[in-house]
Design a protein around this ligand. Structure first.
Ligand SMILES: [Zn+2]
Length: 404
């Protein structure tokens, strides 16, 4: 039988070890779930993830806030009902959550006080936390709220927990009007923020360390911020520091010059690509003239079949097109490497279907491709270059028509 669990973290968020009695022990969806009469384990709720740790040495892998007011601990092995057990919380994980959660209260209050921007969402993630605001603010407004939040942290203001009766709560001014009835758990950052909240928080604002906004974007008519507090902010700083330092070493510039240096490098890269393309086209024209010199005459046509090294598909095509720019020329070029690429082109005054030549070649050597009567290209051909060259010469000779 389940019962309402006494939540030790409500009144003592720094309690790391506790003794308790197992109230129930059951299997739910193949997982062992243990309910204790009292617990310091925080269950996933209010945007804050669950605590991990151990119960009698057995790992706790999930903690669930159940509708009947009990807290279910998912453990690796069943524990007998009625047993006296000892619980231990993973403090590093819990303290991290306390830093992020308290930091969120302070940051939300700063947005509310300075810019009348309300917090409408909060999620504490494994690496970063997000906070959703109901309006869009500029970079300067974000910076003033961030500074104000950190001022409160560095003043090391007390963060208190108290339980207020409905009458007491009615007389209090909350940042966000509580929707729950009955007694309320009130978290106050002295003189700055009053919130009804069931999460775990640090005892003094200074323990948050620092609050840093990492990025922001427009989201559902307002905006979503990513932020990090305390140790997470330091971790994040280190990641960014190493990334920036690496970039600075590559570019040999000062940090503030980094964006313009990258922009400059991108522009230069674009210019170089254009130059290479232009040079490639000029080279193709030059090489094509040399190729045509080696062509052999068949009737009024000049045919050149060759296997070339160092040309990619684009280069072969440019080369073949340039060669076929001269009257009477038929050119078929095969790439180095396996499988082979092939480009077949002919001058406009030659009566030959380049696509038909390619089709006949593919039938013998495999691969695929296609094109038009004046230019065809294919790839995936397998075989010796000498065989392909011989086949191409033979196919072209058999398909070429006399000039009209
Ligand atoms: Zn809270």
């Amino acid at each position: 039988m389940a019962s309402v669990t006494e939540r030790i973290y409500y009144t003592d968020p720094t309690c790391l070890e506790f003794d308790a009695t197992v109230v129930s022990s059951e299997t739910v969806d193949g997982r062992f779930v243990v309910v204790l009469d009292r617990t310091a384990f925080y269950p996933t709720s209010g945007g804050q993830p669950y605590d991990t740790g151990t119960i009698d040495g057995t790992a706790v892998t999930d903690v669930v806030d159940r509708e009947d007011g009990s807290i279910g601990h998912v453990v690796g092995a069943p524990i007998e009902t009625g047993a006296r057990v000892h619980g231990r919380i993973d403090w590093a994980r819990r303290f991290d959550h306390m830093q992020q959660h308290t930091g969120q209260h302070i940051l939300s209050a700063a947005f509310d006080r300075l810019h009348h921007a309300r917090t409408v969402g909060f999620h504490l993630g494994a690496a970063l936390s997000t906070l959703d605001l109901d309006k869009v603010l500029g970079a300067d407004a974000l910076a003033t709220a961030e500074s104000e939040a950190n001022r409160i942290v560095w003043e090391n203001r007390p963060v208190s927990i108290r339980v207020a009766t409905p009458d007491e709560a009615a007389a209090m001014t909350f940042r966000k009007e509580p929707t729950r009835s009955g007694p309320l758990r009130v978290i106050e950052v002295e003189g700055f923020d009053m919130s009804a909240c069931g999460g775990t928080h640090v005892e003094r604002a200074g323990q948050v360390g620092v609050i840093a906004i990492r990025s922001w974007e427009k989201f559902r008519g307002g905006m979503r911020l990513e932020f990090a507090c305390g140790a997470r902010a330091l971790r994040e700083f280190r990641v960014l520091r190493d990334a920036v330092a690496g970039s600075l070493r590559c570019l040999s510039v000062a940090p503030q010059e980094l964006p313009s240096a990258i922009e400059g490098a991108q522009t230069e890269n674009k210019d170089l690509r254009r130059t290479i393309r232009d040079l490639g086209e000029r080279l193709a024209v030059h090489e094509a003239a040399a190729l045509v010199q080696r062509a052999r005459a068949i009737g009024s046509a000049r045919i050149l079949v060759d296997a070339l090294e160092g040309w990619d598909q684009q280069g072969l095509k440019a080369l073949a097109s340039a060669a076929a720019g001269q009257p009477g020329v038929v050119v078929a070029l095969i790439s180095a490497g396996d499988p082979a690429l092939v480009v077949i082109a002919r001058a406009s005054d030659v009566r030959l279907d380049a696509a038909a030549v390619l089709k006949a070649l593919v039938q013998r050597f495999g691969g695929k491709g296609g094109g038009k009567p004046e230019l065809a290209q294919g790839g995936g051909l397998m075989g010796a270059r000498a065989d392909m060259t011989a086949a191409l010469n033979q196919i072209i000779e058999s398909l070429i028509q006399p000039a009209s």
